[in-house]
Design a protein around this ligand. Structure first.
Ligand code: NAP
Length: 259
């Protein structure tokens, strides 16, 4: 299948590792030039070097916090006219809603709702003028099936989802699509840290922790980041011009509903 992406330019936010990196790698494999972003410079530079070496595409790292206006300015200074925008950032911490202050809510809303909305605001009209654009927001399966301890994430991501639903039809006649991809549990560094924490707390092996987390999953395992990357690359492709405003779940069948 030819995804038709060779020579396109993508901004991939929060992409030195994890799901963001997996999407960047899938796009690089299709010949897409990349602007990568993360807060810490060293791991970001290393990822940029690795992807350039493996796929020969141009890779520009921009080290800054994407949830700040200054960070976003820096990203757009090196790539004002992306063909593809992948919105991503760290997720809010778990907890109990009784303990969350307005400051906690503001941080979650800034990272997981207002930042992607600002990124869309800065790219959408240019994509329409150039008659090509693909915007993907990495959200969470918790949008479809909220998780009690992740209330900050449930709330902020639901806000983004509502916003996207309202504008996603505006660009499709001009070959600009806007979709959300909802990961279930994937074996990224974030998950590895969680598994190590549970393993230390419960004095059990990491293997046992993973088995405990996944035993009720229809797929019986965590998702692989490259599976996530491949799905996003397809939604960025020229073949996916007729798909917009969708919330695409990738969770190994964990969500049991029809819709
Ligand atoms: P990860 O493995 O921890 O990777 C996070 C990446 O984002 C790193 O490159 C990190 O680099 C960067 N980053 C974090 N905050 C940033 C910021 N403010 N500005 C710029 N870069 C930032 O995490 P992941 O598992 O890929 O998760 C990515 C997103 O998907 C999160 O929002 C998470 O909640 C969501 N999600 C993940 C899963 C899963 O199973 N993995 C499931 C559902 C939802 P620096 O730390 O250097 O900035």
């Amino acid at each position: 299948m030819n995804l038709g992406l060779k020579g396109k330019k993508a901004i991939v936010c929060a992409s030195s590792k994890g799901l963001g990196r997996a999407v960047a790698e899938a796009l690089a494999a299709e010949g897409v030039d990349l602007v990568l972003n993360a807060r810490r410079s060293a791991p970001l530079e290393e990822t940029a070097r690795e992807l350039h070496k493996a796929y020969g595409v141009r890779v520009t790292p921009v080290a800054d916090d994407i949830t700040t206006e200054a960070g976003r300015d820096k990203v757009f200074a090196v790539c004002p006219d992306p063909d593809i925008l992948i919105n991503n950032a760290g997720g809010p911490p778990p907890g109990d809603f009784r303990g969350w202050t307005e400051k906690d809510w503001q941080a979650a809303l800034t990272a997981n709702m207002l930042t992607p909305i600002d990124m869309i605001r800065r790219t959408f009209d240019g994509m329409v003028e150039r008659r090509f654009g693909r915007i993907i927001n990495i959200t969470s399966s918790a949008v479809k099936s909220p998780i009690k301890a992740l209330g900050l994430s449930n709330g902020a991501r639901a806000g983004l989802t509502g916003f996207v639903a309202g504008i996603a039809r505006d660009g499709v006649a001009h070959n600009v699509t806007l979709n959300n991809v909802l990961p279930g549990l994937f074996a990224t560094d974030r998950m590895t840290t969680l598994i190590e924490t549970i393993s230390a707390r419960e004095n059990s092996s990491e293997r046992e922790v993973i088995a405990g987390l996944t035993h009720s999953f229809p797929a019986g395992r965590l998702g692989k980041p490259e599976e996530f990357g491949a799905l996003c690359a397809f939604f960025c492709s020229t073949l996916a011009a007729y798909i917009t405003g969708q919330n695409i779940l990738i969770d190994g069948g964990d969500y049991p509903g029809t819709f």
